[in-house]
Ligand binder design. Structure first.
Ligand code: HEC
Ligand code: HEC
Length: 292
């Protein structure tokens, strides 16, 4: 891992030089030099040897463990079978998978989806309630403190509110998906790990159904899912899919039923919900066509 990080440091230093980061809502609109050829790029994270001794170090290590074993460690707060690192790949260091390196320095932050200022705890709980289809952690709980300690450690050296680390998943331009082709591609390219029925196997987590992310999660949006899939899947050889295939697959995955989210209609109260949000909000009626 340390060797990989040193290697990544070199790649990323080059990358960041060519990077232009802009953002609109909770999903970053990002254009950069991210390789689409399957090269896995990780952001440099502080070495384990920098974890301090004592209670703070124990808290940091426990936070990391919670993100990697979330359903087992926090069963009261996880509704499905995903762990945080099911999407925030490589312990939150994978550059194309909503990296958590530097995230602590991006908060507090204004969020369009809630039209409010979110702290890092609010943002962690958004993923508990949506991506994990679970329940929020109390801010003052040991679990939340440990998660925040780990995210802060991962963000060591990142200047506060200066946007120096890439955020989110680099979003592909919207494309019309072919769900039937997506199904065929799923069978040949994804089912071995995620199961023919999408319910997961020991080699990959569920993609739909009761143990997956709920409809309010960013991954339930066509462009977010297509972009994640394009850059990161199949897990053992990312980069083999075309953008069109990634959209077909995302549409197929998200065409299945998944848990609902109570109150989702209150999202984006200013009426600026992105086009691929798969549900109507009160501030703006939306069609479920996903992505256009
Ligand atoms: C189903 C996939 C998925 C799972 C599981 C998931 N997340 Fe996320 N998470 C996302 C996506 C997608 C984003 C949005 C990235 C963006 O802004 O484009 C995100 C954003 C975040 C952010 C803000 C990142 C930033 O740079 O602004 C934090 C913090 C976070 N997640 C923490 C967690 C934690 C902690 C867990 C486990 C409790 C978790 N996530 C589980 C998909 C997931
Ligand atoms: C070799 C096994 C493997 C293959 C093939 C594979 N995946 Fe995955 N996938 C994984 C693993 C493992 C994770 C979670 C990573 C982790 O937990 O470290 C994952 C995570 C995901 C996630 C985010 C978490 C979730 O469950 O929602 C999505 C979406 C996804 N894969 C879609 C796909 C699609 C679509 C394909 C086909 C193109 C595919 N995967 C092929 C193993 C695989």
């Amino acid at each position: 891992m340390v060797g990989q990080r040193l290697f990544s440091l070199l790649v990323v230093t080059t990358l960041l030089g060519a990077c232009e980061i802009s953002r609109t809502d909770d999903t970053a609109a990002r254009t950069d030099a991210t390789p689409a050829n399957g090269a896995i790029v990780r952001l440099p994270a502080p070495a384990d040897s920098e974890i301090p001794d004592g209670l703070l170090g124990a808290s940091i290590r426990r936070g990391r463990a919670l993100l990697a074993a979330t359903p087992d460690s926090l069963p009261q707060h996880v509704g499905g079978q995903l762990r945080c690192t099911s999407c925030h790949l490589d312990d939150g260091t994978r550059v194309n998978a909503a990296p958590l390196v530097g995230v602590y320095a991006r908060f507090p932050q204004y969020r369009d989806r809630s039209n409010s200022v979110a702290t890092i705890q609010d943002r962690v709980n958004d993923c508990f309630e949506r991506s994990m289809n679970g329940r929020a952690l109390p801010f003052e709980s040991r679990d939340m403190r440990d998660i925040v300690a780990w995210l802060a450690f991962l963000s060591r050296g990142t200047p506060v509110h200066r946007d120096t680390t890439p955020r989110g998943i680099p979003l592909l331009a919207a494309m019309s998906p072919d769900t039937a082709r997506g199904r065929a591609e799923f069978v040949t390219t994804c089912a071995a790990c995620h199961g023919m029925d999408g319910q997961g196997t020991p080699a990959g987590p569920p993609l739909w159904g009761p143990k997956s992310y709920n409809v309010g999660a960013s991954m339930a949006r066509l462009r977010t899912a297509a972009s994640f899939i394009k850059y990161n899947m199949p897990n053992d050889r990312p980069g083999v899919l075309s953008e069109q295939q990634a959209f077909n697959l995302a549409a197929y995955v998200n065409s299945h039923s998944r848990p609902d989210l109570a109150g989702k209609e209150n999202d984006w109260p200013n009426g600026n919900a992105p086009a691929d949000v798969p549900y109507a909000t009160r501030a703006k009626a939306q069609t479920a066509d996903g992505g256009r």
